[in-house]
Design a protein. Structure first.
Length: 197
């Protein structure tokens, strides 16, 4: 035990201890310098505004800014933005981020998603409008024909053509309802007259 304490107090031990501490300080300093250079410590770039940019233009701008990107699933179609353009980004424009940071983009799809026409034949026009609105379609106009069912839907038209339940149309499309005006048709009057005779 006496020899151990003697060794700790010796000049050789103190030199070894000093060298070990110096090596530790150098290693810590070099590690911090390496981390600083690999994480671009203190180096920031401002995120550009990519709104309404096409995907090819966005790719060039991201590369130029020293950033990376990932395109997320398309959102619902927004008519205020060009098709296949950037409608959302994260982080937002103007935010300062480190170089090589990944920016996440949401792209405007080519158009509204398609929805199916509900079965509204022989529904009241009021009920039909509600059902159409519920799936994202609008009634452009209602026209009337001589049919006994007043305000009852007999046909649905899109761009002048009759369409049936289940037909897929782009969301926000406008359709025409053809409804009865409550009057009997000539054919039904002839039939009723022949039955009475």
């Amino acid at each position: 035990m006496k020899d151990f304490f003697g060794f700790i107090k010796s000049k050789t031990f103190l030199i070894q201890l000093g060298l070990a501490l110096l090596a530790l300080i150098v290693i810590i300093f070099l590690t911090l310098q390496w981390l600083k250079s690999t994480t671009n410590h203190g180096e920031f770039v401002e995120v550009p505004d990519f709104a309404k940019m096409s995907v090819p233009d966005m790719r060039s701008a991201v590369k130029e800014a020293g950033l990376r990107f990932e395109v997320l699933d398309s959102a619902n179609y927004n008519p205020d933005y060009p098709r296949f353009s950037i409608i959302e980004q994260n982080p937002i424009a103007g935010k300062r981020v480190k170089e090589n940071r990944k920016i996440y983009f949401t792209v405007n799809p080519s158009g509204y998603k398609k929805v199916s026409i509900p079965d509204i034949i022989q529904n009241s026009s009021r009920n039909a409008k509600s059902k159409l609105r519920a799936v994202g379609l609008d009634v452009q106009r209602i026209t009337y024909i001589d049919q006994i069912g007043k305000d009852m839907v007999y046909y649905v038209k899109y761009k002048g053509k009759n369409i049936s339940a289940g037909t897929k149309l782009p969301k926000t499309s406008k359709v025409e309802l053809v409804c009865g005006n409550g009057r009997r048709t000539q054919q039904s009057e002839i039939k009723a007259d022949s039955e009475n005779q």
